[in-house]
Write a protein that binds this ligand. Structure first.
Ligand SMILES: Cc1cc2nc3c(=O)[nH]c(=O)nc-3n(C[C@H](O)[C@H](O)[C@H](O)COP(=O)(O)OP(=O)(O)OC[C@H]3O[C@@H](n4cnc5c(N)ncnc54)[C@H](O)[C@@H]3O)c2cc1C
Ligand code: SF4
Length: 435
């Protein structure tokens, strides 16, 4: 009888325990590796809303790790010494699913960290900034995620429509940015027959356009005027962009692409919006520019050529080309190594520094092995002097070399939007790990 009991109850319990311990060990080991890599690469600061875990409350159950929608592509949360920890902070995009999943309320969602503050503009519940007439929607206001951006874009324009002057010689509204927030805002303005322009420095979709190819996108349903309920929960980057492009075509909403807003100044009772191509006068302005800023430029002759881009979208498009990648961070190293795998591509990686010490070890190793096999030519302590149609001039250890070139990808970081907000006179609060 005892033996039977042993077989029915104790053996399965022991097996389950062994399975749990093995899984936990694996998770702890993986968490340590990811954490060390992030720290070594200096990627310790989350960009947006992120979790802080109270170690005194955490029971180490791992529900938060499992609940994170970025798993298994990115390991944002992990378990170290039996407690949850933010191991890949820079991959956190603020889903907040971890907070809901935690059974003991050990997680708080905050902006910024003790070391590095996050600048969050002060907004009224109607999305108006401290400068009356300038509104903010989407991630720039602190709340990330596609659905929030879509909802806020719509609500902000409804608020402009209800509260602000319209008509006369001025436009009713200038919308800056055509990410999810700016796109929803534009459709709302169109549905309300407002006189507006939307200005976008790159292309439709904002951050979504810049996701890696095939990225799985987790979102939630949202309602947008003229389109109706967007009932998507899990989709791909490509399908989402196709959906929005189709909505753009069907509604006829007009967006001025490849135009960047450089300054906004008060003029009379409205605003003068200065862009890289024109000037617009409007009663109100809606900033839907996200938090990732504008890519830093090299400032060299020839940079305006269409072959120069600031983000890699699809490595395959560079098959058979001579490509120059500029930069020394993870994005530059990932771009260079993935292009080097495209058929017949030859890659030059140019960086001002002496070593790629800001990048993850895994990326440094990939570059080293591609360089050894001759697929990438690495030029440290070099700087681009000029870009021409079929070549680039690169200064390297005192000599200027003329290198054949078909495409240039500049991954030299970005200029953050906080400076822009301050210049325009918008009050921003720096949060150091507070909600
Ligand atoms: C890698 C990654 C994965 C993500 N995955 C998900 C996910 O699965 N699910 C989810 O819900 N969210 C995800 N997010 C977050 C989500 O993409 C953002 O929260 C959302 O795109 C924010 O929308 P937005 O319109 O506020 O800003 P953005 O999407 O950043 O759009 C801002 C736009 O403004 C333009 N702009 C900026 N400055 C100017 C200027 N001066 N003049 C003209 N135009 C300007 C930019 O070019 C850009 O197109 C992810 C983010 C990243 C980085
Ligand atoms: S869900 Fe809560 S208790 Fe469980 S590991 Fe995460 S923070 Fe700790």
């Amino acid at each position: 009888m005892d033996q039977l009991l042993y077989i029915i109850y104790i053996v399965p319990t022991l097996l389950a325990l062994a399975w749990f311990v093995r899984r936990r060990d694996r998770l702890e080991r993986r968490s340590k590796v990811v954490h060390e890599e992030s720290s070594r690469a200096g990627l310790n600061d989350p960009v947006t809303l992120h979790p802080v875990i109270d170690p005194a409350r955490c029971i180490g159950c791992g529900s938060c790790v499992k609940a994170c929608p970025e798993e298994p592509l990115h390991h944002v949360l992990g378990i170290i010494n039996g407690r949850a920890q933010l191991v890949g902070p820079s991959d956190c995009i603020g889903h907040g699913a971890c907070k809901t999943a935690c059974p003991v309320e050990a997680i708080t969602l905050v902006f910024g960290s003790e070391r590095r503050g996050a600048d969050i503009p002060v907004l009224t519940p109607q999305f108006e900034t401290s400068v009356p007439g300038i509104f903010i929607a989407g991630e720039l206001g602190g709340m990330g995620l596609i659905r929030n951006a879509l909802e806020q874009g719509r609500q902000a324009v409804e608020s402009v429509h209800a509260r602000r002057p319209r008509g006369g010689e001025l436009l009713d509204l200038v919308i800056v940015g055509a990410g999810p927030a700016g796109f929803a805002a534009s459709l709302t303005a169109l549905s309300k027959r407002m006189r507006f322009v939307t200005i976008e420095q790159e292309s439709l979709g904002g951050c979504v356009f810049q996701y890696p190819r095939g990225k799985l996108v987790m979102t939630a349903p949202a309602t947008v005027p003229l389109v109706g309920k967007i009932n998507l929960r899990q989709t791909s980057k490509e399908d989402l962009l196709r959906f929005w492009t189709e909505a753009e075509r069907k509604t006829g909403v007009k967006i001025n692409y490849r135009e960047r807003v450089d300054d906004i100044v008060r003029e009379g009772r409205g605003f003068l919006v200065k862009t890289s191509l024109a000037e617009y006068r409007a009663h109100s302005v809606l900033l839907a520019i996200g938090r990732r800023g504008s890519p830093r430029k090299l400032g060299v002759p020839g940079e305006e050529l269409p072959k120069v881009v600031y983000r890699l979208i699809d490595p395959e498009q560079y098959a058979g080309q001579h490509v120059l990648v500029v930069g020394g961070g993870d994005s530059a190293l990932e771009a260079a190594t993935s292009i080097a795998e495209a058929d017949g591509a030859s890659v030059v990686l140019s960086y001002r520094g002496e070593a790629f010490d800001r990048a993850k070890a895994r990326n440094r190793e990939r570059v080293q092995s591609a360089a050894q096999s001759g697929r990438i030519k690495v030029m440290l302590q070099s700087s681009v002097r000029q870009i021409s149609t079929d070549s680039v001039a690169i200064e390297h250890v005192g000599r200027v070399l003329d290198v054949p070139n078909d495409s240039v990808i500049v991954n030299a970081g970005g200029v953050l939007p906080s400076d822009f907000l301050r210049r325009v006179g918008i009050h921003v609060e720096t949060k150091y790990g507070t909600a």
